[in-house]
Design a protein around this ligand. Structure first.
Ligand code: AN7
Length: 376
């Protein structure tokens, strides 16, 4: 096919910093290169002198950050000869795995909690021809089953317990630093299964020439470029929904529950890595109610025109609380990861929207009245 100018996929852009063999097959949907959007209107509301940016991962090919991990994990799996993928998912991982499996021409099996995933995510897995297995249980049950399958069959697991997922997802930190010309002071993000906070920290440490997770990520996958680009790393702020907040409780949560179904996870697989990221960065975890999460989702849509899914909005819920309390001081540069697109879950958005929906006869006077009545 003809060569053309475009932002290529993240393997092409960051290949030397990824532990892929030089002859590895590349399975890509031209993911990454998502915008880093200054939240100026929301910053004004705080009355504090800070710079707040949203890294809008909802603009990846399948609408979430999972594509960063999936391009690397699926490329590696295909290179190793895998004929099928499997994952447990609260929705976004399955949407992404389905897409990359289609791209690679292999089978995909997804285990999802019945009735507890946003409809858009289910649609994504179904239309791409994955085998959707609904389990009468939650994500944590699915994860347990997937690990058993991995031990007993040749199907390749593409959950974030697959280290190549983490390597792909670390590129978000590279893009942020490449865009800002420096590391942020604080990085705020949702924490569910905790792969993403692990990946962010890995990426930030590698760009700072700092060793981290050596036994797991930096030696096992072989050599790759870890040259230093910046001097600092951000403080990592991880936020959880109160009904699914194992890091706040200090132990796994039996029956996680939250409107933010993406992070309805009680037994995070990357527990130790997330604790390391939090401790080594002098960071913290905090929790927020479903009402607070939904209010921020609406705030982002109303004040900035950014429609992210509920789980993603918690990044900004947390950032705002910590900015207002002074825990994040004035003068700080703050990046919030908006992990997934709001269109994945229109039901939740419509349910909480107070915007008037007005029904009229198709007549000019009635349109005029609707406009006049609602101008204020
Ligand atoms: C929008 O899709 O776990 O802490 O199975 O979809 O790395 O798990 C999704 C997680 C945040 C949490 N925001 O990230 C899955 C899944 C969104 C998400 C998270 C998820 P991790």
């Amino acid at each position: 096919m003809t060569e053309f100018r475009t932002n290529k996929g993240l393997i092409d852009r960051y290949r030397s910093r990824l532990p892929l063999a030089s002859d590895a097959s590349v399975v890509s949907l031209y993911e990454g290169s998502t915008p880093l959007i200054p939240l100026e209107n929301i910053q004004s509301l705080t009355g504090k002198k800070v710079e707040i940016y949203a890294k809008f991962e909802g603009l990846n090919p399948t609408g979430s950050f999972k594509d960063r991990g999936m391009t690397v994990a699926v490329s590696q799996s295909v290179t190793e000869g895998a004929k099928a993928l499997i994952c447990a998912s609260t929705g976004n991982t399955s949407a992404s795995a389905a897409a990359y499996a289609s791209r690679a021409g292999i089978k995909c099996f997804v285990l999802i909690p019945e009735g507890k995933i946003a409809l858009g995510k289910l649609a994504q897995a179904m239309i791409k021809g994955s085998v959707v297995i609904q389990i009468l249980g939650n994500f944590d049950d699915g994860m347990r089953l997937v690990k058993e399958v991995g031990e007993n069959t040749a199907v390749s697991i593409v959950n974030s317990i697959n280290p190549y997922r983490i390597h792909g997802q670390k590129t978000i930190a590279f893009e942020i630093i490449d865009a800002l010309g420096r590391a942020p002071d604080y990085h705020c993000l949702p924490v569910g299964n905790a792969g993403n906070i692990t990946a962010h920290w890995l990426g930030y440490c590698e760009y700072a020439g700092r060793e981290v997770f050596q036994d797991t990520f930096q030696s096992q996958q072989g050599d790759y470029n870890r040259d230093k680009v910046v001097d600092t790393t951000p403080v990592m702020c991880g936020y959880q929904a109160s009904g699914a907040a194992p890091f706040l409780r200090g132990h796994p949560v039996e029956n996680p529950e939250t409107v933010a179904t993406a992070i309805r996870i009680g037994n995070p697989q990357s527990w130790d890595f997330a604790l390391t990221a939090s401790k080594e960065s002098n960071g913290w975890f905090d929790e927020f109610s479903d009402d607070e999460i939904l209010a921020t989702q609406k705030l982002l849509a109303e004040k900035e025109g950014i429609f992210c899914e509920p789980a993603s909005a918690i990044s900004v819920t947390g950032a705002l609380k910590d900015i207002n309390s002074g825990k994040i001081p004035e003068g700080s540069v703050i990046v919030c990861t908006l992990t997934g697109h709001g269109l994945k879950d229109p039901d939740t958005a419509i349910k909480q929207s107070k915007a008037p929906v007005i029904k009229i006869e198709p007549e000019f006077d009635q349109v005029k009245k609707a406009i006049v009545d609602n101008l204020e």
